[in-house]
Design a protein around this ligand. Structure first.
Ligand SMILES: Nc1ncnc2c1ncn2[C@@H]1O[C@H](COP(=O)(O)OP(=O)(O)OP(=O)(O)O)[C@@H](O)[C@H]1O
Length: 958
């Protein structure tokens, strides 16, 4: 984008443009662009894509996108030596005071470290595979000059170089076969949004010359996105696109005014500005949305649940003339269980279209006194004189991954779909080439192999993205995370734009915990925080349910609200807690944000805006010192956050496997930019790195360019290397620094019961989330392999796991009154809604219920003979907020706590190599013995509080 200026000189020669309609020009100006009636016999052809010629002109308008600028540095808290990883100060950790609790991170850490040299940095920087091309231009692809000029303007700042998917997709969507739907398949961050938005706008622009048409014409394009955030992001891009100059004259005038030249009087095609986007994502009240729909929203961006709701209940919602339906992140839409909703939407839209068409046809026949046979369908027009139904509605399905579900959807609902792919090699598009585009036959079931087996299915990360995996013993997870953050922030010191870091975590409670903990830790001393600081320290959000009944949006898993502890904790009762950023002593000038499905919508928006642009008292406009975002997988798909230099996965994805991994790392290295990613594995999960690599390698098989770009290599780096880099110092000094950091977190947890409650809750939820890894990953990700005591350390907990569980349960019981009653209320509300829906015979509710019933029946069938599956089901129930205290007991007791025996060896070893219980069958004797032991441990810990009796001295119960 920096070389936009150069590109301005390289515009292609003007291309032919169909004669512009004269009406609406001078006449429209004379009438002040008032709405006119169409000429009676105006058999206006459906506006066709109209490549036009123009001399591009510079446009200078205010920039809308929030970008980084450079505010003065804020003054943070007194920085300790930790704020300089390169410092070689010999100051060690604070000396233990009498009675102070000592926590050792490094003594007894499993066989110290196996040093695996980080070869990542010595790897040759790869050629970006999702960057804009070098030769092709947007105007060369037949894009309207108005749009080309707009893309180059400071409003859009895109330039004139299309990315691979744009080179392939724009011609297919602008000039392609009108009778075929399109499946866009491309790498993350390759510009898919513009690939469908530009053709939509181009096809609708000619309608703006018809001055008798306005937004009351109804909805002409619908874009569906799985989450509110993504929907909002697409809406914002559409909004910016729609702010283009509507005539070349306007552009010339502006350019002339800027350059002091005399304006040119020719080319006075006038367009009226009614082409506006709207957003329906459940963010505002339904009545408000209904009012907006009544007015008309020509380009509508929506989440599926809300859209179907309006299709079923809002009679003024006019989609009879809709020409485009885009399903963005189609794989995610399906994963989130929107299949029936999507089918409902398609059915409802077809119905409305048929109805509108029949009405128009009957009116025409009546007016002309002719029979149906004398009026071909493609000649049917409505009162506007536009033949809306001449071409079928175009469905565009976008996905970075082509799994079986996407293929099924495409095969069932798309008309002879054309698969359009953005090549990794950025070669100029050859539309007929199977390398770039291919045919997908309508019978998806039989054609599945065609797509997955060949070179169609691609799971490739951008080649310039440097991927790393770090194998971390559980008790070093917290300090390794801090080290990674510090390195990422300091590594990109020279590149302000790349200093944003995203950290993916498995569950909402853990996100809340780490966000609060980072804001709460104090380095350099162990004094109490002031009362004010204490008040500000902890902010928690109340859980809502898994699925928002309004927009069907999936919430992050296991989001139980932390229970009231000693009557002090302040659950936010769904109210927005206004403070969305925190600052940490370890990187005092870097704001830390969080994002998960249980946050109030206003906080979600504020957090995203803050992370993207800068917010808060200390940094006013942008983040010179970077920004950190802790989030669940809710942020994995589609979000286009500017200049993310690094993605860290503290927890590997619990669902979605390599696809989810790919989407998460796709938040960095976007559109040819540089980026790095880190994923943490526990020692027993080590093999997972190879599996990810293999999955990506398999997927690029046959694609020499992508293979040679080695985009699938995940370099293994030792925890020691990461800690050394992150904490600096000479020799083993990094160990004492890391220990001091760990101690500071532990002090924070010990100091306040609220903090301890958060930590316990996060620990429990983490284990529940861990248990949801799919069965084909259980050989690596099984809760029985977890060393719970060491894992507790990564939440800065000093308590034994059994005690953590008991206390968490106690706290939950204490707070159960309000939580339970609010859950009851939610349930009652939903029941009432379902009842009302059924009474009205709403397919949405029926479909929802039917699918739930089918799912439950299938689950029961699967789990009835398998205790492991029953346990997993209980844990799953926990993710949905339905876990009871007894379930929690079962979960904790179901884990092989013999690992607590210290001398007993690792969790995996103690599991006796039994593997998955579901696979090997249940040894009831052994299980009974294990439960007995667990209960004994529990009793022992309750009466004496001395798990050390079992050699579990790492818990250091005082
Ligand atoms: N031709 C281009 N030149 C420069 N920047 C571009 C171009 N096309 C798109 N972009 C920018 O690239 C970024 C990523 O685009 P977009 O979000 O559409 O990617 P995506 O393919 O949808 O990614 P994901 O799969 O992660 O959702 C956006 O900030 C967009 O403005």
């Amino acid at each position: 984008m920096n070389d936009d200026d150069d590109l301005m000189l390289n515009f292609a020669a003007p291309v032919a443009r169909p004669a512009a309609k004269a009406k609406g020009g001078a006449a429209a100006r004379a009438n002040g662009n008032k709405r006119q009636q169409p000429p009676a016999a105006a058999a206006a052809a459906p506006p066709a894509p109209a490549p036009a010629s123009a001399t591009p002109a510079a446009i200078s308008t205010k920039r809308i996108r929030i970008d980084s600028s450079k505010p003065p540095l804020p003054s943070g808290r007194p920085a300790s030596s930790f704020n300089d990883p390169s410092s070689s100060s010999t100051a060690g950790p604070s000396r233990p005071k009498p009675g102070m609790i000592i926590s050792s991170l490094f003594s007894g850490a499993p066989s110290s470290f196996t040093v695996v040299e980080d070869e990542a940095d010595s790897r040759k920087p790869a050629k970006p595979t999702n960057a804009p091309g070098d030769t092709s231009t947007f105007d060369g692809l037949g894009l309207d000059p108005l749009l080309v000029a707009h893309l180059k303007s400071s409003r859009m700042s895109i330039g004139n170089r299309p990315t691979g998917i744009q080179r392939a997709g724009l011609p297919a969507l602008i000039n392609g076969d009108a009778a075929r739907d399109v499946l866009l398949h491309s790498q993350t961050g390759s510009g898919k949004t513009l690939t469908y938005l530009l053709p939509i706008l181009q096809s609708l622009l000619p309608l703006c010359t018809e001055t008798w048409i306005d937004r009351s014409v109804g909805t002409l394009a619908i874009i569906l996105a799985p989450t509110r955030e993504l929907a909002r992001q697409i809406y914002e891009v559409a909004e910016k696109l729609c702010q283009l100059h509507l005539s070349l004259k306007e552009q010339k005038e502006e350019a002339a005014a800027a350059e002091g030249e005399k304006e040119d009087e020719d080319d006075a095609v006038r367009r009226t500005r009614w082409l506006v986007p709207g957003l329906l994502s459940g963010g505002s009240t339904k009545n408000h949305e209904k009012a907006r729909l009544r007015k008309g929203i020509p380009i509508l961006v929506a989440t599926p649940g809300r859209l179907l709701d309006h299709l079923q209940t809002t009679s003024s919602f006019d989609v009879g003339k809709c020409r485009w339906l885009v399903l963005d992140e189609a794989d995610r839409l399906l994963e989130m269980g929107f299949k029936e909703t999507l089918e409902g939407i398609l059915k409802a839209m077809d119905g409305r279209r048929r109805l509108a068409f029949n009405t128009a046809k009957e009116t025409m026949m009546e007016q002309r006194g002719i029979t149906s046979g004398a009026l071909p369908n493609e000649e049917v027009e409505d009162g506007t004189g536009v033949k809306w139904w001449a071409d079928p509605r175009k469905v565009v399905l976008c996905s970075a991954t082509l799994d079986e579900n996407v293929q099924m959807l495409a095969g069932t609902h798309l008309r002879t779909p054309q698969v359009v792919r953005g090549g990794a090699d950025l070669a100029p598009l050859k539309p007929s080439s199977t390398e770039e585009s291919g045919d997908l036959k309508p019978t998806a079931k039989s054609e599945t192999a065609l797509l997955t087996g060949g070179s169609y299915s691609r799971l490739a990360a951008p080649a310039q993205l440097r991927q790393h995996a770090v194998i971390v013993p559980p008790k070093l997870r917290l300090v390794t995370l801090i080290a990674l953050l510090r390195s990422a922030l300091s590594r990109n010191a020279a590149n302000v734009d790349a200093r944003r870091v995203i950290v993916f975590i498995s569950c909402t409670d853990s996100v809340e915990y780490y966000w609060n903990a980072l804001g709460g830790v104090r380095m350099g001393d162990d004094t109490e925080a002031t009362d004010d600081e204490e008040e500000e320290d902890i902010a928690v959000e109340e859980d809502t349910s898994d699925v928002d009944p309004e927009d069907g949006e999936l919430k992050a898993p296991a989001a139980k609200a932390p229970a009231k502890a000693n009557g002090k904790l302040r659950p936010s009762k769904g109210k927005s807690s206004r403070k969305v950023e925190k600052y940490c002593d370890l990187f005092p000038k870097t704001p830390v944000f969080r994002l998960h499905g249980s946050l109030a919508q206003s906080d979600r928006i504020a957090s995203l805006k803050g992370f993207s642009a800068g917010l808060g008292k200390k940094v006013n406009t942008s983040h010179k010192e970077g920004a950190i975002l802790f989030c669940t997988s809710v942020a994995a798909r589609g979000l286009d956050l500017p200049s993310v230099g690094c993605v860290i996965q503290l927890d590997p994805p619990t669902e979605g496997g390599p696809d989810e991994y790919l989407h998460r790392i796709g938040r960095t290295a976007r559109v040819g930019k540089d980026g790095e990613s880190w994923i943490m594995f526990l020692p027993h999960e080590k093999e997972a790195r190879k599996r990810l690599e293999d999955a990506m390698q398999r997927d690029v098989e046959g694609d020499a360019a992508a293979k040679s770009a080695s985009s699938s290599v995940i370099a293994e780096v030792s925890a020691e290397t990461v800690l050394k880099r992150g904490f600096g110092g000479r020799g083993d000094e990094y160990e004492s620094r890391a220990t001091e950091v760990q101690l500071s977190f532990e002090r924070w947890v010990l100091r306040k019961e609220e903090a301890a409650a958060l930590a316990r809750q996060a620990f429990m939820s983490h284990i529940r989330a861990y248990a949801t890894h799919p069965s084909n990953e259980k050989d690596l990700f099984h809760i029985r392999f977890l060393h719970l005591g060491h894992l507790a350390k990564s939440f800065a907990l000093r308590e034994a796991p059994a005690m953590v569980k008991n206390k968490a349960r106690g706290a939950a019981d204490a707070g159960s009154g309000s939580l339970a009653s609010s859950a009851m209320l939610n349930r009652r509300d939903r029941k009432r809604e379902d009842k009302a829906g059924l009474a009205r015979g709403e397919p949405r509710v029926e479909a929802h219920r039917a699918s739930n019933r089918a799912r439950l029946a299938a689950k029961e069938e699967r789990t009835k003979d398998d205790p492991a599956a029953m346990l997993a089901a209980a844990i799953n129930a926990g993710r949905k907020g339905r876990v009871t205290a007894a379930d929690a007991d079962d979960i904790m007791e179901g884990i092989d706590l013999s690992s607590l025996g210290g001398a007993g060896g690792t969790g995996k070893g103690a599991a006796g190599g039994g593997g998955n219980r579901g696979q090997t069958g249940r040894n009831s004797d052994a299980e009974a013995r294990m439960y007995a032991k667990v209960r004994a441990l529990g009793r022992q810990s309750k009466s004496g509080g001395k798990l050390a009796a079992y050699g579990a001295d790492e818990f250091q119960i005082a």
